[in-house]
Design a protein around this ligand. Structure first.
Ligand code: PLP
Length: 415
């Protein structure tokens, strides 16, 4: 493996173009695009003298605090069920190293799961998502696809869900989740639910964790999206309260002990403040949710007006439009894959998106648009967007970016 992960690669391509003075509408990178709250910043400063190695699974105080976060959401959790690490990406990889069997994965699914599975020596079975929502396989096809793959020599024993989902910006209803988890259980699949976007379901009351539906599900999360702390690298894993869960905690901790040793000590201290959920931070996440909903909704209107098929966003800051309606005009210009479509959008219109192929969706003309980097480039602009809330789509820079996007989509029909 030598290529850079596609999301990091597009970000670097955009930064290079911007350095040359080009104006690029950056819809390519799934960063939350918000500033750091002062409570977190101050706690990090206060802890900056903490320079000793810590416990591999995280400090007792942080594990207790994260357990409290899950317990407040109806998932009674003991600190021993929790492992924290430098980003959920690292925890997901350690999980894949600790679980036997091949990996069943929705198509499309977040860019890093498949490369991680391959690094862990696993094969990957892709399963199409239903029309209602992404992040889960279509339960009507799941059983048959798994048994067929077993006849062909694959050994899928893990199912990884993204709930809510990146790239589709949607989440499965409790009913859909229940049928997926029911079939997964019948098929003997161990379910991992990546719930890093759990706090960003646009209608929070409608979101139900997969572990609420099935207590055997392993959940991962973190502060990268809800608190816009991607660069701080805080990930959390919640294992079931049973023998399997205890073995997984041991497995992940053992990988961690050989790879990252512990969460950075000052970050561990600051993460406790986040997981304790003081009112100021709850308010911050609430405002962020409204902003993400407002701008992703506005971008959805643009995409829908251009005649593209797209699930209306219900979580986070993503859209996953399908350009099938423009198949002919695109084919006339030699654009027949999602990769050439994304290249064309960048080269011809300075609109950066990620091709569906990056998410394992290599047959259709789909792209993923992330709307969170439209809020602004400076800290002041980002605070302004956050306080604009439901009016954020009217900020001149957001409006102008959406206008460029709309013009590009219209021009695709005959540029
Ligand atoms: N899972 C999904 C679905 C993501 O979109 C991302 C980040 O883009 C991650 C995990 C990685 O998160 P972390 O920063 O916790 O490693």
């Amino acid at each position: 493996m030598s290529a850079l992960s596609p999301t990091l690669a597009i970000n670097e391509a955009v930064l290079r173009r911007r350095a040359l003075g080009e104006r690029v509408v950056h819809l390519g990178f799934g960063e939350a695009g918000l500033p750091v709250h002062s409570l977190l910043r101050e706690s990090l400063e206060r802890a900056s003298g903490a320079n000793a190695y810590g416990a591999v699974a995280g400090s007792g105080a942080l594990r207790t605090s994260a357990a409290g976060y899950y317990t407040r959401r109806g998932l009674a959790t003991e600190p021993e069920q929790v492992v924290v690490g430098p980003g959920s990406k690292a925890l997901l990889f350690s999980l894949l190293m600790s679980l036997d069997g091949d990996l069943a994965l929705p198509r499309p699914a977040w860019v890093s799961y498949e490369p991680q599975a391959r690094l862990a020596g696993k094969q990957v079975l892709r399963l199409d998502i239903p029309a209602e929502a992404g992040g889960v396989p279509d339960p009507r096809l799941l059983g048959e696809r798994v048994s067929l793959s077993r006849k062909r020599g694959l050994d899928p024993r893990i199912l990884l869900l993204t709930h809510p989902d990146n790239p589709t910006g949607t989440f499965a209803s409790p009913e859909l989740l229940e049928s997926v988890l029911g079939v997964a259980r019948e098929c003997g699949l161990h379910v991992v639910s990546d719930e890093i976007y759990a706090e960003l379901a646009h209608a929070p009351a409608e979101f139900v964790s997969a572990a609420t539906v099935d207590p055997d599900v392993v959940v991962t999360g973190g502060l990268s999206k809800s608190h816009a702390l991607g660069g701080w690298r805080v990930g959390v894993l919640r294992a079931p309260a049973n023998d399997v869960g205890r073995r997984l905690v041991q497995g992940v901790t053992s990988v961690g002990s050989e790879v990252w040793s512990c969460l950075t000590a000052p970050i561990d201290a600051a993460a406790i403040v986040a997981y304790d959920e003081p009112a100021e931070l709850v308010e911050f996440v609430d405002s962020a949710r409204v902003l993400h909903q407002t701008v992703s909704r506005a971008a959805f209107e643009v995409v829908a007006a251009a005649g593209l098929t797209c699930r209306p966003p219900t979580a986070a800051f993503y859209l996953y439009p399908d350009f099938a309606a423009l198949l002919e005009p695109l084919a006339e210009r030699g654009i027949t894959t999602s990769v050439s479509l994304a290249e064309h959008l960048l080269d011809r219109f300075a609109v950066a998106v990620l091709p569906g192929a990056a998410f394992g969706d290599d047959t259709g003309l789909t792209v993923r648009m992330a709307t969170s980097l439209l809020y602004g480039e400076t800290e002041n602009e980002r605070w302004e967007a956050l306080s604009a809330g439901p009016e954020a789509a009217d900020l001149p820079r957001v409006r102008s970016a959406l206008q460029t996007l709309g013009d590009a989509l219209t021009a695709l029909d005959g540029d």
